[in-house]
Design a protein around this ligand. Structure first.
Ligand code: MG
Length: 303
């Protein structure tokens, strides 16, 4: 990525002096050019300074320069620290909470600031628009690039736990566990921040976790549409969807028929058909959904 600033003649001179030891040949018209770590800094007589590279945020921060935020960034990053999208962040997201068939899957991943540009360039931030084959391809690539942990509650496990916890609580427990595991994997490195794709108010989230040990809460932020605030959440979302797709394939084999996603009428019909065949829905579906009763009604009336 690249960012251009207009600085005072005094600061331009300070920069030239500061980067002296890292100087390379300046391009035509430039006052100086330096390469420091993975960042190229070019200063022009006009006072323009350009930072280029994969992790320019730290270098820019050194000069206390403000990266201008666009309006769209403002609305999505809300209360997050400045330049949040460039930080090294653990992100977490879940999939399957609204789907009758299949597991509840929560994934967390750690993306360092050095990786942000490369992973963003994969186009993963529009995960809702991606097809299943695209998800699979991207996930396989991501799994080789980032530390991650997935908590995948298959229906039988989910149905056992949902007797004790409500769905929001279950989600909170899974996020907390996934975050813990990634923190352990990357230790002694610590992330600049942790971003949870928000599904309840933070106060509710922590109430759900009451009595758990440990509770991950240091530098934890919550954001609705978190995948737009940091690519780590987008990566977590892709990985969760990938694991969920694999689980759905397994369950489809087990059921002997394609299991639709969601919780609509098509789901009721398939569930009724499965009941008719004597299948054990507790191994395929989230039984506390209304779909269970609806399927039983269909079974009574039509089979
Ligand atoms: Mg989410």
């Amino acid at each position: 990525m690249q960012q251009v600033f207009k600085v005072s003649p005094k600061m331009l001179a300070q920069m030239k002096a500061y980067y002296q030891a890292n100087t390379t040949t300046p391009p035509a018209g430039a006052l100086f050019r330096a390469k420091k770590s993975a960042v190229t800094i070019t200063g022009y007589q006009s006072g323009k300074v350009m930072f280029q590279g994969t992790s320019i945020a730290a270098e820019i921060a050194h000069w206390h320069l403000e990266i201008p935020t666009t309006n769209s960034q403002k609305t999505t990053t809300g209360t997050l620290p400045a330049h949040f999208d460039q930080l090294s962040v653990i992100g977490s997201d879940e999939v399957g909470t609204g789907s009758y068939f299949g597991p509840l899957t929560v994934a967390a991943t750690f993306v360092t600031s050095d990786q942000v540009a490369k992973i963003s360039a994969m186009g993963i931030q529009d995960s809702k628009k991606l097809t299943d084959p695209q998800i699979i391809k991207m996930a396989k690539e991501l799994l080789t690039m980032v530390p991650y942990h997935v908590v995948n509650l298959m229906p039988s496990k989910y149905n056992a736990l949902i007797k004790k916890y409500n769905q929001g609580q279950l989600k909170a427990l899974c996020h907390n566990l996934a975050l813990q595991k990634v923190l352990q994997k990357i230790a002694p490195t610590t992330p600049d921040a942790i971003l949870i794709d928000q599904f309840v108010a933070p106060s509710t989230y922590y109430r759900y976790l009451k009595g758990q040990s440990p509770i991950v809460r240091q530098n934890v932020f919550f954001q609705v549409r978190g995948e737009q605030a940091h690519v780590a959440v987008a990566a977590a979302s892709i990985i969760a969807r990938y694991v969920s797709l694999q689980a759905m394939d397994e369950l489809t084999d087990q059921a002997g028929m394609t299991l639709p996603i969601g919780a609509g009428n098509a789901v009721d019909q398939i569930a009724a058909q499965l009941l008719h065949q004597g299948a054990d829905l507790s191994e395929l579906a989230k039984l506390h959904f209304q779909n269970t009763q609806k399927a039983q009604e269909i079974l009574r009336k039509h089979y």
